[in-house]
Design a protein around this ligand. Structure first.
Ligand code: MN
Length: 378
């Protein structure tokens, strides 16, 4: 029997919101990604799997900070010293657009038991009777895939970082909407014992032999209902397999039940908002509260200072107010406890009316992605 730990999308070095971790003085969300990875490594050291597969986006950006690199290095050395092989492919977040930029992964190449695959092409790694067919994020994933030759002696594993389209469905089903993501099919990948996928952030069984491990943290409210963790894959000698999800303990993210203002008077609305805030015990959490159909005159009577005071120990508390328009529809403006550039940008897009032909959700997503990238490169 072989035991494989499969994880992906740790996005080490990600940061968001303005909350600072008091112990380290660092961005709280950055610390959270470090903690999640460390927690995984602690678990691996206790359980000693035969191999660990990291299916890409280990780092959040092409140029992680020295701190992010140092954190990753420390954890990889712990695994290396314990003799646990660690194989990682580069994902779309950490693959440079220009080859001259060089990959951060080249720093890890000389660590015993650590195998990094980042050269824009398919590579194989042999570990005793396990063959790992690894394809990093690259220009021609479809072409590289064709090079996979399954060796019938021993176990064959594949690693890929991409969105997957499913036969018979017109739209890519497992995609993130990143500008540079690759969307592929895995219909032609057969005869492997297991395919470890990265990129899609929700842990998902795509096929009997192919899974996304999902990310190890929640990176947007779109992931609010996901459990995060990694997969343990047990491959038995008789060809059967068992896949077990292990959940990591990570920061709470809550999208509260919206306050619906219809039928409430001004007092009722103020009380409802206050109750929602207090009931969710926001300290240390990432929270969003939507207030739907609030009349403008009531909005102007809200005690924003009080809301700020009640939510000041949250890692992030986002209030989104949607106003009732004359025609019965909603127009939204969000008031965040923290007016970050991100929030201001989202508010601007929400309010801007000259772009009816543009998908605002998609525009926001792209804009936020660029901002994160600039932030990381600074
Ligand atoms: Mn990705």
């Amino acid at each position: 029997m072989k035991r494989i730990f499969h994880l992906a999308d740790t996005h080490i070095g990600y940061s968001a919101y303005r909350k600072i971790d008091e112990a380290t003085g660092l961005n709280q969300r950055e610390v959270d990604t470090y903690e999640a990875f460390k927690q995984f490594v602690d678990y691996a050291l206790d359980e000693k799997p035969d191999v660990i597969l990291h299916a890409g986006d280990m780092f959040d950006s092409v140029r992680p900070t020295n701190r992010a690199i140092s954190l990753a290095l420390t954890q990889l050395l712990r695994l290396s010293e314990a003799g646990i092989p660690f194989v990682v492919i580069s994902g779309n977040h950490e693959t440079p657009r220009l080859k001259e930029t060089g990959s951060v992964f080249s720093l890890f190449e000389h660590i015993p038991e650590v195998y990094v695959v980042h050269r824009n092409k398919y590579e194989t790694i042999e570990l005793d009777d396990i063959t790992i067919h690894a394809i990093p994020h690259c220009d021609d994933i479809e072409g590289e895939k064709k090079k996979i030759k399954v060796d019938k002696n021993g176990f064959n594993l594949a690693m890929l970082h991409a969105g997957i389209k499913v036969r018979g469905k017109p739209v890519p089903v497992f995609a993130m909407g990143d500008i540079n993501e690759q969307i592929i099919s895995i219909d032609d990948l057969t005869g492997l014992d297991y395919i470890a996928l990265g990129h899609y952030h929700r842990c998902t069984k795509v096929r009997e032999d192919a899974y996304y491990a999902g990310s190890t943290e929640r990176f947007s409210f779109g992931e609010v209902s996901d459990n995060k963790g990694f997969l343990e894959v047990r491959l038995h000698d008789d060809g059967t397999r068992k896949v077990i999800f292990h959940q990591l303990r990570i920061r709470d993210m809550v999208d509260l039940e919206p306050v619906v203002c219809d039928g409430l008077d001004a007092d009722g609305i103020r009380r409802a908002i206050r109750t929602r805030i207090l009931d969710c015990e926001p300290d240390g959490k990432i929270v969003r509260l939507r207030v739907l159909g609030i009349p403008l005159h009531v909005y102007h009577t809200l005690d924003f200072d009080e809301f700020k005071r009640l939510t000041k120990h949250a890692v992030h508390f986002e209030m989104r107010y949607e106003f009732k328009r004359e025609d019965g529809g909603y127009s939204s403006a969000s008031q965040s406890a923290f007016h970050s550039l991100h929030t201001e940008f989202e508010k601007f897009i929400d309010r801007y009316s000259g772009i009816a032909h543009i998908d605002k959700g998609r525009l926001k997503e792209l804009g936020l992605q660029y901002m994160r990238k600039w932030q990381n490169e600074e």
